[in-house]
Design a protein around this ligand. Structure first.
Ligand code: BGC
Length: 452
């Protein structure tokens, strides 16, 4: 066995998000979000499930935070629901919503747990969707107002902020593939949405640096290792396009101040309507952020596919082991992504803002969850992470995803990622074997492995 020790002061955390965990969707003046609307439309989600109740963090946050403490977790990432703070997104401020997050943050701090707060984790106020959502540039100003309000309210308590979680998903899965809220199917809209999300991110980074010079702020991107599924040259080109679509479209403007030229040319040739990209916007978008949040779960393998407009590629399985959400398990892809970020974008600070696995958790007759596959998944990814750190890549944090089972978006409660099991009938919580294992990792600042 080899002992892998992480650097001193390495941050070990665990995460969730507002809509996935809070429930209480209509309480204390909360407005409707696009995810409420999406989940309430029959046929959109597994079994019609929604975040109406979920794991009820809204009412149970004290016990849940006590559990975090018991597990030895010192860093907790969650998001704020815009609709609790400003129910319609741009009008009146809701004091009860403001108070709720003060209570949560205060409770975390009381228990010695540092909050990492995500400003936007997919739940746009529905009233803003009604005026076009992120496709309407004005929404970037409403977002900035909301961000400034949060910095003013919580800035003396919260030291680490995330502007957006996975804008790729919000933009493209929500507005092009239509399987996430708001459920639109229009590539031009999705591209414009992605542009405005990046712009809004830049506005929040600027505001944060101006208002909270000691705080850290970054975006959380779900960068994927995009590889060709075969050795055919056409598949290699397809994988490069997929990389442009999913990764470089976000990383280039953030770090290079420009959108990838090959993608601009490709989109134009495909008849896609490009956003009106301006120099001034690019300057805002590329405002230096303090860290890059990386959400990593699985890589993607592509084949060329002319039928799939406009990227003309399709992601396929390559026979690697799958977890229970059908994602291929390839731990070394995490290393590849980290190495690639450094090679292409320089020595930026990276925080792993999400990593975890979906497994079918079976409650045993002894009321235990022996989720060894999840432990093995995390173990192997931590081995790769340690290898990256040893290679000099500047990774300072790892947040497991997620704290307790919660709404897996359109897949409802059918998919579990938690390190703590939730019985959604009774709201009972049971720490899984993976939760106990992770507590040990945190305590030892590392792990023992048979791998070299
Ligand atoms: C999101 C999480 C989600 C997880 C698993 C990410 O896409 O940030 O909210 O639950 O991955 O799908």
């Amino acid at each position: 066995m080899t002992k892998l020790t992480f650097p001193d002061h390495f941050i070990w955390g665990i995460g969730t998000s507002a809509y996935q965990s809070e429930g209480a969707w209509q309480e204390d003046g909360r407005g409707e979000s696009i995810w409420d609307r999406y989940c309430h439309i029959p046929g959109n989600t597994f079994n019609g499930e929604s975040g109406d109740i979920s794991s009820d963090f809204y009412h149970r946050y004290k016990e849940d935070i006590a559990l975090l403490k018991k597990m030895g977790i010192r860093h907790f990432r969650t998001s704020i629901a815009w609709t609790r703070i400003i129910p319609d997104g741009r009008g009146e401020i809701n004091p009860k919503g403001i108070q709720f997050y003060h209570d949560v943050i205060d409770e975390l701090l009381r228990q010695g747990i540092e909050p990492m707060i995500t400003l936007y984790m997919w739940d746009l106020p529905q009233k803003l969707q009604d005026i076009g959502g992120w496709a309407n540039r004005e929404v970037t100003d409403y977002y900035e107002r909301y961000a400034r309000l949060l910095f003013r309210e919580y800035g003396n308590k919260v030291k680490t902020w995330v502007t957006f979680d996975e804008p790729f998903c919000g933009a493209f899965i929500g507005n092009y593939l239509g399987t996430y809220a708001p459920g639109l199917r229009d590539f031009n809209t999705a591209l414009l949405v992605s542009y405005h999300m990046l712009l809004a991110h830049g506005k929040a980074v600027r505001a944060c640096h101006e208002m909270l010079p000691d705080a850290k702020i970054g975006i959380a991107l779900n960068i994927s290792d995009c590889k060709p599924a075969t050795c055919k040259p056409a598949d290699a080109e397809a994988a490069h396009r997929a990389d442009g679509y999913r990764n470089r479209w976000f990383l280039d403007p953030l770090y290079k101040g420009s959108f990838p030229q090959d993608m601009l040319d490709w989109y134009e040739a495909q008849g896609v309507i490009l956003p009106a990209i301006s120099r001034e916007d690019l300057k805002i978008i590329s405002t230096r952020q303090d860290f890059l949040g990386l959400n990593y779960y699985s890589p993607h393998f592509f084949v060329d596919d002319a039928k799939n407009w406009p990227i003309q590629c399709t992601s396929v399985k390559t026979g690697k082991p799958l977890n229970d959400i059908n994602w291929e398990i390839v731990p070394e892809a995490l290393y590849n992504i980290l190495a690639r970020i450094r090679a292409d974008y320089g020595d930026v600070e990276i925080q792993i803002t999400e990593n975890g696995s979906c497994q079918t958790d079976i409650l045993s007759h002894r009321r235990e969850i022996l989720d060894y596959c999840r432990i093995d998944y995390m173990h192997r990814h931590l081995v790769e992470l340690e290898r990256a750190i040893r290679a000099g890549i500047n990774v300072t944090a790892y947040y497991a995803f997620c704290f307790m089972d919660n709404l897996e978006w359109a897949l409802g409660y059918s998919k579990r990622f938690g390190l703590v099991y939730v019985d959604f009938e009774t709201q009972e919580r049971i720490v899984k074997a993976s939760g106990r294992w992770y507590s040990q990792v945190v305590k030892q600042n590392g792990l023992e492995t048979a791998e070299q």
